[in-house]
Design a protein around this ligand. Sequence first.
Ligand SMILES: Nc1ncnc2c1ncn2[C@@H]1O[C@H](COP(=O)(O)OP(=O)(O)O)[C@@H](O)[C@H]1O
Ligand SMILES: [Mg+2]
Length: 378
Amino acid sequence: MTRTALTHLTLTDFRSYAKAELALDGRPVWLSGPNGAGKTNLLEAVSFLIPGRGLRGSGLAEVGRRLPGEPVGRAWAVAAVIAVDGEETQVGTGLTEAGAARRTVRIEGEPVPPGRLADHQRQVWLTPAQDRLFLEGAADRRRFLDRLVFAAEPAHAVHVAAYEKALRERLKLLTEGPADPAWLDALEARLAEAGALMAAARARTLAALQVEIDGRGERPFPAANLSLTGEWEALATGGADLAEIEARLGPALKAGRDRDTAAGRSLTGPHRGDLMVIHAEKDRPAAECSTGEQKALILNLVLAQSARLALAPDAPSPILLLDEVAAHLDSGRRAALFDEIEALGLQAFLTGTDDHLFEALAGRAQGLRVDASGLAPA
Ligand SMILES: Nc1ncnc2c1ncn2[C@@H]1O[C@H](COP(=O)(O)OP(=O)(O)O)[C@@H](O)[C@H]1O
Ligand SMILES: [Mg+2]
């Protein structure tokens, strides 16, 4: 078990913050303040400390501070000191000039590719945007699952990106034809390789999450039975190894060329996979559960992945971003959530509109109030 925490955080021209600086002591952090005060903005800033587009999935120009009337966001920066078992590393990211196409990442002052951020910490998050996860299309659930996988295996993001890029190129060739068969072969080989890795990683994470959920005993959060419904994930779950999945996916893509051309989309592959969640006690699919039950099921998945990483001897413990989660829980479940976070030694960032949501954390967390004038200790 490693303990990971941000000990210092600086925001410059990030969303509503012209400048904000926080010293953190490694305990959970709660943020309270009215709607629009900047609570989610702060969590979003933290979420740029891992590779990717942050917890809102925003464009890089969007997050730069913009005054009313300003057409584009400014250059921005988020910098932090990350302590892993007490050993500190300085990381920073942002746009060095407004309109830059890529974000800059520095670790200990040295420019590095964004992927390197995953060497220093992992994150798991839950936001109000995920409230409708079980009611929306499979793409959102895939993305949610992929984020959980990514927290355990950062290479997963690389495989997903490579797969999606090749998939777009293949479809373009097919639909804009005439397609060069050798080039299609090459793309399909790339898809088969990355797709097998993706399906296997999803199956691995899901199996580990199920073990974690089943082994956690009595808790006030509903247990879930998890499964993957995609054909390729099912192969991985059934024990097929990478070579076998790859050897079947490549020919399946090739055989599907005409069908995909006619459909104008790619009909087979792990980009079609879905996550199925059943409320274990009620034996009911999550989509049929109450809004509160759905929220609790998702929270439990997020906690299970956090616990799994926090408790594994060789995995880095994640930083947990829980946006507007506390308000959805009754006081008993809220207390149970805080207890779990504390027992796992996680640095969680929690937001809510009222201080009283965090009363049970008194003395065991750092409280901050956010309003139009900025951040202040609670
Ligand atoms: N690029 C930006 N530049 C300046 N302000 C922004 C930018 N993007 C969002 N905001 C401001 O941030 C506010 C939302 O902050 P947010 O953190 O979502 O609030 P909450 O505390 O409710 O979570 C919006 O009201 C908007 O005024
Ligand atoms: Mg918010």
